[in-house]
Ligand binder design. Structure first.
Ligand SMILES: [Zn+2]
Length: 284
């Protein structure tokens, strides 16, 4: 059996090639799952179009996700161009101390913004609500009492949205155009209720997580790591770290050639398919 080692060498080679194939398949599966997850996230619109069925917004169907994946390929082949527009949105409030500081800071930086205010808080701070409105800040509806919408019945959700909008209209004379659900938590009933009330559901595409206890440095880092064009940033009223981070966020976006606008101005400048298909942008 002088040629006995030969099959052994071939066997060893066979095992190595099996490992390589297994590794390649594993990497392919991991990448595919990441791509799928990314496509699922990107299938959630920044501004919810009126003609999309509410339950398809909450859980995008397979066909939407597949279209998004095809679009990803298309975007690599011919990268889409978008004017560099950014919207600073601030949820919650108005609050007695932080809101005047935020309004003053936005004025000093000369940037427009959108405040998604809570009806109950606006009723407690009517002068602040008016001051924000007079400063040119676009006021959006963030419900009357900031509940977890998914725990409410559809009539209760409808009442929260209608009352929130009515409070803003009563205080400022202007009916809000946009609605954002508290904690970004919503179901199909939320979207239907907002539509019935005449509100457009507005979400975001950049969330630096400032609703948690974060330092200003961390908030800036999180914003800079997720440059998008157009960018709808989710920030919060009532956070000192956010106030501290704001000048650096504005500076970085302006250095990258961005112009700040309100949500209404964004919709006047771009179509919904463009707004809902943001392009990655390097901010640092
Ligand atoms: Zn909120």
């Amino acid at each position: 059996m002088s040629d006995a080692p030969r099959p052994a060498r071939a066997g060893r080679f066979g095992r190595w090639s099996d490992w390589v194939v297994a590794a390649v398949v594993l990497i392919a599966i991991i990448l595919l799952r990441r791509w799928l997850h990314h496509a699922q996230l990107e299938s959630t619109p920044v501004i919810v179009p009126a003609d999309v069925v509410a339950r398809d917004v909450v859980a995008p169907p397979a066909a939407t996700i597949a279209r998004r994946m095809l679009k990803d390929v298309e975007d690599i082949v011919t990268p889409p161009k978008r004017p560099r527009l950014a919207v600073l949105t601030f949820d919650d409030g108005p609050f007695p101390v932080t809101t005047p500081l935020l309004v003053a800071e936005l004025h000093a930086l000369n940037v427009p913004a959108v405040f998604f205010i809570i009806g109950r808080d606006a009723q407690e701070q009517p002068a602040l609500t008016l001051r924000a409105h007079a400063a040119g800040i676009e006021l959006g509806n963030h419900t009357q009492t900031h509940p977890e919408m998914k725990t409410l019945s559809q009539p209760q959700q409808a009442m929260e949205i209608t009352e929130g909008a009515t409070t803003i209209r009563r205080l400022t004379g202007i009916r809000p155009t946009y609605f954002r659900p508290p904690h970004g938590a919503y179901d199909a009933a939320t979207i239907d209720a907002a539509r019935a009330a005449g509100d457009t559901v507005a979400l975001w595409d950049v969330d630096p997580g400032d609703w948690r206890v974060l330092t200003a440095d961390r908030i800036v880092d999180n914003v800079l790591a997720h440059g998008r064009s157009p960018a709808v940033l989710l920030l919060h009223n009532g956070k000192f770290a956010t106030l501290e981070a704001l000048p650096r966020i504005v500076k970085a976006y302006r250095a990258a050639g961005f112009e700040f606008v309100t949500l209404s101005q964004l919709q006047a400048r771009l179509s919904l398919p463009e707004i809902n298909d943001p392009v990655r942008v390097a901010l640092q």
